[in-house]
Ligand binder design. Structure first.
Ligand SMILES: [Zn+2]
Length: 219
């Protein structure tokens, strides 16, 4: 039996951090669409170049492109004899993608236990967190907002300077919140109706959110 965790939540909910914590705790593989798209953009064919441009414009990757990347990843997991499972960070983004993903998982015929985790924070909290977080100008590591973060100006990974993310300008944040509401919330509802959804209060310290997730997935 493999474990599949899907983590969803509005921008700034800390779902990426929680995904990494789950990955570590259960020794799982990780699928983060952002990372995969950035590495795909390094291949300079039509799709790679277009992804590169669209990332710069803050656009969302097209569904067939994202599924091609996911399917390749799932195929590589299928080759691992000791696969324990994987974490899907921040996806799917529409009900259509959720249904596609169900079919994709069916295709690979794993004996699986799937949990969908919704890390909920309010739109006000999203805006407040995103306007305060920083990114390393050199390696791209994201530094979520925490108390005392104003003092941190250097990347602990590469020593590069930290800046506010360009796509974190208020207008863009509101745009991302808008599509979260129109596209992602119905997707979350899709899992709720299937009784697969675990709802977590994301407006708590990171460790407490993680503990709630651990308690939630046990049930
Ligand atoms: Zn860095």
């Amino acid at each position: 039996m493999i474990k599949i965790f899907q983590i969803m939540g509005p921008p700034g909910s800390g779902k990426g951090t929680q995904a990494k914590m789950l990955q570590k705790k259960f020794n799982l593989e990780y699928i983060g669409s952002g990372d995969l798209l950035r590495s795909r953009a390094k291949i300079k064919d039509f799709t790679g170049r277009k992804i590169g441009q669209e990332i710069g414009q803050g656009k969302r990757a097209s569904t067939p492109v994202i599924f091609k990347i996911w399917m390749d990843k799932l195929e590589s997991f299928k080759k691992k004899p000791k696969l324990r499972g994987f974490v899907l960070d921040g996806s799917p983004r529409t009900v259509f993608e959720a249904k596609m993903l169900d079919l994709a998982l069916e295709w690979y015929a794993w004996k699986k236990e799937r949990k969908v985790i919704f890390v909920r924070i309010s739109p006000q909290e999203s805006i407040s967190r995103l306007t305060k977080r920083k990114i390393c100008a050199k390696c791209g590591k994201i530094f979520p907002y925490v108390k005392g973060a104003a003092k941190i100006n250097k990347c602990d990974k590469c020593g590069g300077p930290l800046m506010k993310r360009s796509d974190d300008e208020l207008h863009d944040i509101k745009e991302r919140l808008r599509w979260f509401k129109t596209d992602v919330l119905p997707t979350i509802d899709y899992y709720r109706k299937k009784k697969e959804l675990i709802k977590i209060n994301g407006e708590q310290p990171i460790e407490k959110v993680f503990q709630d997730i651990l308690n939630g997935i046990k049930k």
